[in-house]
Write a protein that binds this ligand. Structure first.
Ligand code: LIP
Length: 262
């Protein structure tokens, strides 16, 4: 039975409250107020509303903590040792197009280290969660990464840059290096769920370049606590570059060797 700490209870409560609001909006996606935040990138009214719900819940429960949020940016708190890292809708483009694959991602940093994370899929009611040193869980079931060692039996996931995003050449080079060596590559559109799927053993590995801290903070804790390995694609820290490789650890070096250094 998974034992949840008080702070994990707070994180999951905030995610579920935001998810109830998102469910209403997802059902009416066509009526959402949409303003262009950048080419092919949408900011939905749902995104901002969900973020405000999460911000309200977490700042009430832990008044001193700071925040780093996708829509509202950084909000400093008097407690400099704790920071929430929040993506209210990871998979925004899926959401706006009515594609049923998105998540709420809440990470917690303590003394500069990732200490806890949740990735919640409201459509399947799958709460992926983990606290440092306590293991990773999907609802009440313990998670372990896959045990596959043979790369040509492995399923990987990645993200594909789009209009207005950099990285097209790098991704093509990545795909040229990897495609012929694996059983398949998927692009589902939510980095947080891609990382949760590595932790759950559904994907054997995931890589992507140019992500934001809120896309990956929670998922990194999930993969590590499920026995996986997370590294950058260069010598710089993952949260700073947004270039990430997360695997079941067995295949990490083999995949890293196929990815050109940025
Ligand atoms: C998305 C990531 C996805 C990436 C997209 C986008 P958002 O996050 O989850 O993996 O490929 O470019 O960054 O914008 O939906 O929160």
């Amino acid at each position: 039975m998974a034992i949840m700490s008080p702070v994990m209870t707070v994180m999951q409560k905030a995610a579920r409250k935001a998810a109830r609001a998102l469910a209403r909006d997802f059902g009416e996606v066509e009526q959402l107020q949409v303003s262009m935040k950048g080419p092919a990138d949408f900011v939905t009214a749902a995104d901002k509303k969900a973020e405000q719900i999460i911000f309200g819940e977490l700042s009430h429960a832990r008044p001193g903590y700071g925040f780093l949020m996708e829509e509202s940016g950084a909000v400093d708190g008097p407690d400099k040792s704790h920071r929430w890292i929040i993506d209210p809708i990871d998979g925004t483009t899926n959401f706006v197009h009515g594609i049923a694959h998105y998540s709420i991602s809440i990470g917690l940093e303590r003394e500069g280290q990732l200490a806890a994370g949740i990735v919640y899929n409201p459509l399947t009611d799958e709460m992926f969660w983990a606290e440092k040193g306590q293991g990773a869980f999907l609802n009440n079931r313990r998670l372990r990464v896959s045990a596959r060692k043979n790369l040509n039996e492995c399923l990987l996931a990645t993200g594909i840059p789009f209009h207005g995003r950099k990285g097209q050449k790098e991704l093509i080079a990545d795909l040229n290096g990897i495609m012929d060596n694996v059983a398949g590559i998927r692009r589902f559109g939510s980095a947080a769920l891609d990382l949760a799927y590595v932790a759950a053993g559904r994907f054997d590995g995931y890589w992507e370049r140019g992500l934001s801290p809120w896309d990956i903070a929670a998922g990194i804790v999930l993969v590590r606590e499920a026995g996986g390995l997370v590294s950058g694609l260069t010598k710089d820290p993952v949260l700073e570059t947004g270039d990430i490789l997360a695997t079941n650890a067995e295949i990490h070096n083999a995949v890293a060797a196929l990815l050109p250094k940025a």
